[in-house]
Write a protein that binds this ligand. Structure first.
Ligand code: GLP
Length: 245
């Protein structure tokens, strides 16, 4: 990445400006490197960011056509097409709405061998220019749940009960997932840049833990502070518990 990209920083934004600011930052990286290789998360947090990316492409402000997007994580045990599937969400909220979508690398979880997609995922996610991640209520990043070590690579994981329940309660899954596959914390920390997206008051406590309490396996997001180019994009509600704010 260009040396003019700033080092670690916390960007606190009014809620109304959050999505457009993150989209503009991505447009900046795409302008520097149209063939950007990045991973993207799903969940409710990035939805308005993806809407901004679609709107910007429509008005001709930017294009993702030359980029490659690797999926950050995926559920195990949900059939193809399930509305909670991460590939379904990312296609529905972003790629299917773009006139010129980027290359997309989903996670092949529908085969017989559960370890195979993790191996392929780690290869696809090696040397990313940018890792965009969200923050789970328990401090997870992707599906790197509490207990994850910073040296853990992409793998099949057992999910915390709260994560499995979120699939049905929050994301409309037709069944409770049996597990997950995630880009590993080590693989994320090897990216050229890392962006942590956090919005909403309900994330204020876990964001404070991630950024201001000692790092540790009980909050995997805390290890992101090791990255020299971490940018935290938080709205004011999510940042309301931070001393720094
Ligand atoms: C999900 C995903 C993560 C996501 C996180 C936050 O379970 N595995 O990749 O970033 O939890 O989700 P949300 O943005 O809906 O709060």
């Amino acid at each position: 990445m260009s040396s003019t990209v700033p080092a670690s920083r916390l960007v606190v934004l009014p809620s109304a400006a959050w999505a457009s600011t993150v989209a503009s930052e991505l447009a900046d990286r795409l302008a520097r490197r149209p063939s950007l290789r990045l991973c993207l998360p799903t969940g409710d947090t990035p939805t308005p960011f993806y809407a901004e990316l679609v709107a910007g492409e429509r008005r001709g402000a930017w294009s993702l056509a030359g980029a490659t997007v690797v999926l950050l994580d995926e559920w195990l045990g949900l059939p193809p097409g399930d509305p909670a599937r991460c590939d379904v969400r990312l296609r529905g909220e972003l790629f299917d709405l773009l006139a010129s979508p980027p290359a997309f690398v989903p996670i092949a979880v529908d085969g017989a061998d559960v370890d195979e997609p993790a191996t392929a995922l780690d290869t696809a996610a090696s040397g990313l220019d940018l890792a965009v991640v969200g923050l789970g209520m328990n401090g997870h990043v992707g599906f790197n749940e509490p207990g994850t070590r910073p040296e853990d690579r992409s793998r099949v994981v057992r999910l915390a009960r709260s994560s499995r329940e979120a699939a049905t309660a929050r994301y409309g899954a037709g069944a409770v997932p049996s597990g997950g596959v995630t880009i590993g914390l080590a693989t994320i920390l090897e990216a050229g840049e890392v962006w942590l997206l956090v919005t909403g008051e309900r994330k204020a406590g876990i964001l404070r833990q991630a950024l201001e309490e000692p790092e540790g396996i009980d909050c995997p997001a805390s290890y992101l502070r090791r990255h020299p180019r971490l940018t935290v994009f938080a709205d004011e509600a999510a940042a309301s518990g931070l001393r720094a704010s």
